[in-house]
Design a binder for this molecule. Structure first.
Ligand SMILES: [Mg+2]
Length: 117
């Protein structure tokens, strides 16, 4: 599925479930929505990191294998992060397809010294 379609699906979801988020009439409203995204995104990254911390404590320190339940939890948190990326992209008017490809080309140059050969 095209990421542009996912962005639109998320926008429709947000308009249906959280219409206040998209009632942006001035810079103050825009900043409030931006703050909401920043806090929510940081929260989800925190949840992801906390699971990594648990894996580190349990698997590494106690010498146990990584429990697949933690991997499943990481997947859920990564999707939560992705959802907020979609919402943030919609808020900022970013075409993720286009901007990702531009950034990928930029990173190819930026990290060229790490490439073999
Ligand atoms: Mg979460």
């Amino acid at each position: 599925m095209d990421i542009k379609v996912l962005q639109e699906m998320q926008k429709q979801f947000d308009l249906e479930y959280f219409p206040g988020f998209w009632q942006i009439n001035d810079d103050k409203d825009f900043l409030n929505s931006l703050k909401h995204i920043a806090i929510a995104l940081a929260g989800e990254v925190g949840e992801f990191s906390n699971i990594v911390k648990k894996i580190d404590r349990i698997a590494m320190n106690l010498g146990r294998e990584i429990d697949s339940k933690y991997v499943e939890m990481l997947k859920d948190e990564l999707i939560d992060i992705f959802i907020y990326v979609l919402i943030g992209a919609n808020l900022l008017g970013i075409d993720l397809d286009k901007e990702y490809l531009k950034r990928l080309e930029y990173n190819k140059k930026r990290f060229s010294r790490f490439k073999d050969g």
